[in-house]
Design a protein around this ligand. Sequence first.
Ligand SMILES: Cc1cc2nc3c(=O)[nH]c(=O)nc-3n(C[C@H](O)[C@H](O)[C@H](O)COP(=O)(O)OP(=O)(O)OC[C@H]3O[C@@H](n4cnc5c(N)ncnc54)[C@H](O)[C@@H]3O)c2cc1C
Length: 423
Amino acid sequence: MRRTDVVIIGSGFGGLAVAKRLAKSKIDTLLISATDEHLFQPLLYQVATGVLPTEEIAPNIGDVLESKESVSVARGYVTDIDVDRKVVTYRTDDGDEQVGYDRLVAAAGVAQGYFGHDEWADRTFSLKSLDDAVALRAHLLECFAAPADDAEAHTFVVVGGGATGVEIAGQIRELSTRHFTEVPAVVYLVEGAGDLLPVYGGKLSAFARKTLEKTGIEVLTDTFVTDIDGVEVTVRSGDEDRVLRAATIVWSAGVQATGLAGVLAEVTGCATDRAGRLLIDDDLTVGDRDDVFAIGDMTSLKGYPGQSPVAMQQGRHVADVIRGEKAAGTEFVYLDKGSMAVVNRHNAVVDAPFGIKLTGVLGWFTWLAVHLFYLVGFRNRVAAIASWFKAFAGRARPGFAQVAVAAPASESPRRPRGAERAA
Ligand SMILES: Cc1cc2nc3c(=O)[nH]c(=O)nc-3n(C[C@H](O)[C@H](O)[C@H](O)COP(=O)(O)OP(=O)(O)OC[C@H]3O[C@@H](n4cnc5c(N)ncnc54)[C@H](O)[C@@H]3O)c2cc1C
């Protein structure tokens, strides 16, 4: 059995940050990931709505780390961890493999949560993986191709008024106002809290709401989904129930830990929160182990948000401990550089440090600059600029070209997602 100094699980923001930092000290590292790509999740909604082609937000993780000689990459799904023998078992296309480690770093992210209604997963679209975005993109094209009087095909319900919900609702509406102008799009954005973008609050939440409502989106706050059945979504506000009929229901409310968090909790004695995320120690170690770390979305620590800067900073912290640049046991402290969300073309909200709050065009250009900076790879940045120019200065949607070439839409837009999967 192969042994290595460090095994990293996951090729997202956290895992990549660990790998890059460990490479500086040439520490022998194996990164195992269930997916081939390093996925830039914040731009998934742009793939789903045709703004960006898939490859611009999902470079191959092997290519990204190619120049790091001490880091190798394996495609596999980690199913078991033996913390006493220090062995990770992972499933590959050719069967189970094992690798021994000296230190283990888990960065396996989260899955979508459905508040106890797991059956809704098959009745809705979500935006967590590249496959999710590609499936929604093909479905949206079918809906916009349906006759204008097909009301269900042209009605879209987005559940969850956080950043992802706001972004996808804004873009779906924009598809009908700027791209498929011959057909309508009725868009509902459903949020349980009293306002959109609840973590921002105040002026920024109010701006997001006003901007979306101005474009014609119906924003339903203080409203909860109580049932999803085929094309019918039942929502409740106060004592009042209302049924919305839509061929497209996008779910972007709630998260739930993946199976790996459960495995780690069991073998290390680490407690979990209600979403199953690991309640890690201040130094990012897990349970009773000082050789096992967990970072990013799969963890819960001091209320830090489930955002990419947390995962990246935690990744660098763990790598520095492993490299001996920081003493073992050093507490992780998050440096909050702010959050931002796009509302629609030329409108974004930015909540920056020192109480700086930006809205509108200024927010949008700030968002653009920050996302360009963090996109991985020079070629991807140039390609993304070109695509954004075509989509936002012009009226093209470069990502939709991939649908026609790669996967011609064949199912009816009314078909629930579970049926598509079973087909
Ligand atoms: C639609 C969307 C929009 C977002 N927008 C923003 C934003 O605007 N700003 C922001 O800061 N954050 C945003 N986020 C959150 C941000 O993307 C996450 O905080 C970040 O990706 C967390 O990084 P991570 O490394 O913890 O997990 P992820 O990036 O999710 O990576 C998890 C990795 O683990 C792998 N994996 C999972 N299970 C296993 C297993 N058992 N074996 C092997 N590999 C496994 C997966 O394949 C993946 O490679 C958004 C998230 C989503 C979904």
